[in-house]
Design a protein around this ligand. Structure first.
Ligand code: GLU
Length: 398
């Protein structure tokens, strides 16, 4: 029997989580798999954040439902961060704290989209953008960046894709899965296009803002005229190694924050109280642990880049942020090692998991069949070993 709704039947399981589950299953069978599928920092949450959460439990003051949009002091601190670091004049009333940035995006989409609305998604895109748009019965309009242009969608491409039904556009910068970063100039060009259309909104996913090697982290909401047009999405998982704590947030014009708040009140009540106390310590505390982690990611980026370049046929851009590579592996499609033929990205990843014991994610899940995603949020030792396994496993394909 399948009585699931058409909406649910129309979307796939999250490919990142599915590949991570597969890698765990292999591991549980005693197979030494190197898991480069899930985008998850391999560091522990900094101690001062853990201490704040422990203190919150011991104080016994945080056992009741928090306010739906988050504790006022956390929302104040997030607004202050955006004023100080990102030059966007958000106030607490513009902030809604949720169970991870993924829920933040889902709230916004449920609050804004009607069936038939179009949402321009910059591709390669993070897996859940497309699924969440379809869940609301709106229509994803995929606009693709090319490897030659560092996978960045241009303002001219955006302009061409806009129709009378376009409600919003969504992208991440630094980008999951490509690691590309939109410069201030890139964003200014996109903003110029957006501002020509009085009702067009931008969902700007900035969850990797701390893991940006360029020194240019611009929030599109800070550009003239864009405050009213932008929903900024962010969270604690990546910059503070807090994936399991599940704290994300939006900063948006009040009417959108209020709409998201309404959705959240109906489906989850609020974000976990103790996690919010940890998040407050993270946002108001010292960023040294974050900077230390970023130094590691920076070094690993170069290690992996050099090893990837050494594998015949693989083409990669040089990512400027986040912790992913999104190499084009299509050279291997249609090739065989005598036993197996790699037909596409799914096959490539399955082969790599089964024979190379390296877990990756097929690029189709991110809107680009020719590529695969590799997370370098893993130790240098594991990354070097994984690259050597990949090179060896691919050596016989002709
Ligand atoms: N954002 C991470 C990733 O892309 C976590 C998994 C997920 O939520 O999809 O791997």
């Amino acid at each position: 029997m399948n009585q699931l709704s058409d909406r649910i039947n129309a979307i796939e399981e999250s490919a990142t989580l599915a590949m991570a589950a597969k890698a765990r299953e292999f591991k549980s069978r005693g197979i030494d798999v190197i898991n480069l599928s899930l985008g998850e920092p391999d560091f522990k949450t900094p101690q001062h954040i853990c201490d704040a959460a422990k203190k919150a439990i011991d104080e016994g003051k945080y056992f009741s439902y928090p306010p739906v949009a988050g504790y006022p002091d956390l929302r104040e601190a997030l607004a202050a961060k955006y004023q100080k670091e990102n030059n966007v004049p958000y106030k607490a009333e513009n902030i809604v704290v949720s169970n991870g940035a993924k829920q933040s995006i889902a709230n916004v989409m449920l609050a804004l989209l009607n069936p038939g609305d179009e949402v321009i998604i910059f591709a390669p895109y993070w897996v859940s953008y497309d699924a969440l748009v379809r869940l609301t019965e709106a229509t994803p309009v995929i606009v693709k960046g090319t490897l030659e242009n560092d996978f960045k969608v241009t303002a001219a491409q955006v302009e061409k894709a806009i129709t009378s039904k376009t409600k919003a556009l969504i992208f991440s910068s630094p980008c999951n899965p490509t690691g590309s970063v939109f410069t201030k100039k890139d964003l200014q060009a996109i903003a110029m296009v957006v501002l020509k259309h009085p009702n067009l909104l931008v969902i700007s996913d900035e969850i990797y803002e701390h893991i940006n090697f360029t020194g240019d982290q611009t929030s599109i909401a800070s550009l003239p005229g864009m405050f009213e047009r932008t929903i900024t999405v962010n969270g604690f998982a990546k910059g503070f190694a807090m994936t399991g704590w599940r704290v994300g947030y939006i900063a948006a014009p009040k009417w959108i924050a209020d709409g998201s708040n309404k959705v959240q009140g109906q489906i989850t009540s609020a974000n976990c109280s103790i996690s919010q106390r940890g998040a407050l310590a993270a946002i108001s505390g010292d960023l040294t642990p974050t900077h230390e982690m970023v130094k590691h990611y920076h070094k690993r980026r170069d290690i992996v880049y050099n090893l990837l370049k050494d594998i015949p046929g693989i083409k990669a851009n040089y990512p400027q942020g986040a912790f992913y590579f999104f190499p084009d592996v299509s050279y291997y499609y249609g090739k065989s090692n005598g036993e197996r033929t790699i037909k596409n990205g799914d096959d490539f990843c399955l082969f790599m998991l089964e024979q190379g014991h390296v877990s990756l994610v097929p690029g189709g899940a991110f809107g680009e069949e020719n590529c695969i995603r590799l997370s370098y949020a893993a130790s240098e030792k594991d990354l070097i070993e994984a690259m050597s396994r990949m090179k060896k496993a691919l050596a016989d394909f002709k």
